[in-house]
Design a protein around this ligand. Structure first.
Ligand SMILES: Cc1cc2nc3c(=O)[nH]c(=O)nc-3n(C[C@H](O)[C@H](O)[C@H](O)COP(=O)(O)O)c2cc1C
Length: 218
């Protein structure tokens, strides 16, 4: 199978799973990308959740694909997929596919790019084309000095004006040795925020569940 065919077949296979809630994880070049395997594992534990990942090139330094049991897209996939007019454009396919985008971690570089509309890689193209009626959750992560720079608060405010949801960073001893605010929120906190957007079970399925448990079949 050609590389672009495998990408297309991922979308075909997910297109039939209409009951799934599709979470796209964006990951950028912060050391907090070390937590990607844990984040994906926790997301996959949520009932009815399907997950795919878009990684920037720098993000790929912090995890190995073998640790992640879902499809990971990178910039080269965008260009391998498109050969001729009839081919899908990956960043548009991904924004169509996703019910929710969570960018964890969001580093200072991609924060700045998103705030100013720059779209020079797969992840920032997905964000630039994002359907603003769908939730976009972002989890900043950077060195304390970067976090404290006045441009950070301005850029975070711009993202919030778009309706994007911040999962605030936390204070702790950072991997670089500095201590203070700038660490990505705990994975459990991010999962709690994602859970708020999961579809509530319909009344009819709740009745069925109750009947099943009364009949002892649940
Ligand atoms: C080991 C290492 C750790 C880094 N951690 C962070 C970080 O936590 N936050 C951040 O904003 N930048 C961090 N950077 C810098 C980013 O990787 C750099 O700005 C890069 O251009 C980001 O590219 P991207 O936004 O396309 O992923 C780190 C760089 C290195 C080498």
């Amino acid at each position: 199978m050609q590389p672009n065919e495998s990408v297309k077949s991922d979308f075909n296979s997910t297109a039939s799973s209409g009951s799934q809630f599709r979470v796209l994880v964006g990951v950028t070049g912060s050391v907090a990308a070390l937590k990607l395997p844990l984040l994906v594992a926790r997301l996959l534990e949520l009932p009815g959740v399907d997950v795919q990942v878009v990684a920037t090139d720098h993000a790929t330094h912090f995890f190995s694909p073998e640790e992640i049991p879902v499809r990971i897209y990178s910039d080269k996939d965008e260009w391998q997929m498109w050969k001729r007019r009839s081919d899908p454009v990956l960043h548009i396919e991904l924004r169509r596919w996703a019910d929710l985008l969570v960018i964890a971690p969001l580093d200072a570089n991609t924060l700045g790019k998103i705030a100013s509309g720059i779209c020079d890689n797969l992840l920032t193209c997905v964000v630039r084309a994002w359907d603003l009626t769908r939730p976009l959750v972002f989890c900043p992560a950077m060195n304390t000095a970067m976090w404290q720079h006045p441009i950070t608060a301005k850029q975070v405010a711009v993202l919030k004006e778009f309706g994007y949801v911040e999962v605030p960073c936390i204070a702790k001893k950072l991997v670089c040795g500095d201590e203070g605010k700038g660490a990505m929120a705990e994975v459990s906190t991010i999962i709690d925020v994602v859970k708020e957007y999961l579809p509530r079970p319909s009344v009819s399925s709740q009745i069925t569940d109750t009947k099943d448990s009364v009949l002892g079949t649940a």
